[in-house]
Design a protein around this ligand. Structure first.
Ligand SMILES: [Zn+2]
Length: 179
């Protein structure tokens, strides 16, 4: 049997920075700094508002468990045009699991559509919208927008990160209407 130390998409959501990210991304204007400190935000992730609302609704339906999925956009862009709702195979409140087969199948469909993977999302039913240590360690696509929807507040707190070059960076989410 092939031995592998690679994470296989299993996640545990123990917060590593509980309570320090309270600022809502959604209503933040472009170029407005995160006055509460934390991860510096200087880039954006553009997501269609229908996709954004659909993502929140899907995660809400999944409560009390975590929900997860992918986001795609036209090749060559960093935008979210299509939501791919995938099952949380762990069916747990503080963990999500996307098997390699499920991801491979979705990526194939994304490719067939002429899209590329631009985002990965999952919910935190009872934890803040900040990647857990396992989220960071097991993210197979560090350059792709990593979106977390936290239901600790109403409306939910939605935040977006990238983990390129082992650096966690927060991106502002910008909603758009027309494709
Ligand atoms: Zn998480």
């Amino acid at each position: 049997m092939k031995q592998s130390t690679r994470c296989r998409g299993q996640y545990t959501d123990e917060p590593i920075a509980f309570g320090i990210y309270r600022c809502r991304t959604r209503y933040k204007k472009k170029h407005e700094s995160d006055k509460e400190g934390g991860v510096k935000s200087s880039a954006f992730f553009y997501i269609h508002e229908v996709v954004y609302e659909e993502m929140i609704a899907y995660c809400r339906q999944g409560l009390p468990n975590e929900a997860c999925g992918l986001i795609s956009g036209p090749a060559g862009t960093d935008t979210g045009h299509t939501l791919w709702k995938l099952p949380n195979e762990a069916k747990q409140k503080n963990r999500f699991l996307l098997s390699e087969d499920t991801v491979a199948e979705a990526l194939e469909e994304i490719r067939r559509k002429g899209d590329q993977l631009t985002g990965i999302f999952h919910s935190h039913p009872t934890k803040v919208a900040y990647p857990s240590a396992m989220d960071i360690a097991c993210n197979p696509y560090p350059g792709v927008a990593y979106i977390i929807i936290s239901f600790t507040d109403s409306p939910p707190d939605v935040r977006c990160f990238t983990m390129k070059d082992n650096k966690l960076q927060q991106l502002d989410i910008v909603l758009f209407r027309n494709k």
